[in-house]
Design a protein around this ligand. Structure first.
Ligand code: GDP
Ligand code: MG
Length: 171
């Protein structure tokens, strides 16, 4: 069989408390454990997708602004905000400005993810706003609840890896 292994370095960015660790742990273990602490770490998981072994290296960061080193490392990025935290959405805007709007705009695949979708009552960022921001910056967009389902986290990471592979194929 085809034992080729594809590495995909995925960087999560976002304000504190939006659920970056919850999404990462959901994807890695299928579980939601509620409290995650503030450990900065890179985790790996290998999935077989379309007959290829894809190694996800996931950097669950504490950065609000990505440094040069993080931008160099990442093959794809997930910018996370909480749908009930307007400030966290502004942080995503700033991050996009840094990634896409700099002197050398990066074409790295980016997904914008509105988390905590289960907390509808406290929503302060509409789905439309999220979708429009993503559209204007050539990003994918998802709303998910790391607390409620595994499915959303799986979709997000798999979609990003598809984009990373497409980007590589074009090079
Ligand atoms: P991080 O600082 O971005 O890594 O955020 P965490 O993953 O540590 O999550 C921050 C807090 O939000 C924790 O108390 C989580 O249990 C909670 N949380 C994370 N995702 C969700 C979600 O989808 N829904 C709800 N209701 N709470 C969540
Ligand atoms: Mg965390």
């Amino acid at each position: 069989g085809n034992q080729q292994r594809v590495e995909a370095n995925i960087l999560l960015l976002g304000a504190h408390n939006v659920g970056k660790s919850a999404l990462t742990v959901r994807f890695l273990t299928r579980r939601f454990i509620g409290e995650y602490g503030d450990i900065e770490s890179v985790y790996s998981r290998v999935d077989r997708i379309d007959g290829q072994n894809i190694c996800f290296n996931i950097w669950d960061s504490q950065f609000t602004q990505a440094g040069e080193k993080q931008l160099q490392w990442a093959d794809g990025m997930i910018l996370v905000y909480s749908i009930c935290d307007r400030g966290s959405f502004d942080v995503v805007r700033q991050q996009l400005q840094q990634i896409r709007g700099g002197r050398k705009p990066s074409s790295v695949p980016v997904l914008i993810v509105g988390n905590k979708r289960d907390l509808q009552r406290y929503r302060s960022v509409s789905s439309e706003e999220g979708r429009l921001l993503a559209l204007s910056q050539r990003c994918g967009f998802f709303e998910v609840s790391a607390a409620e389902t595994y499915h959303g986290a799986l979709l997000v990471f798999h979609r990003l890896v598809d984009l990373v592979r497409e980007t590589r194929a074009l090079r």
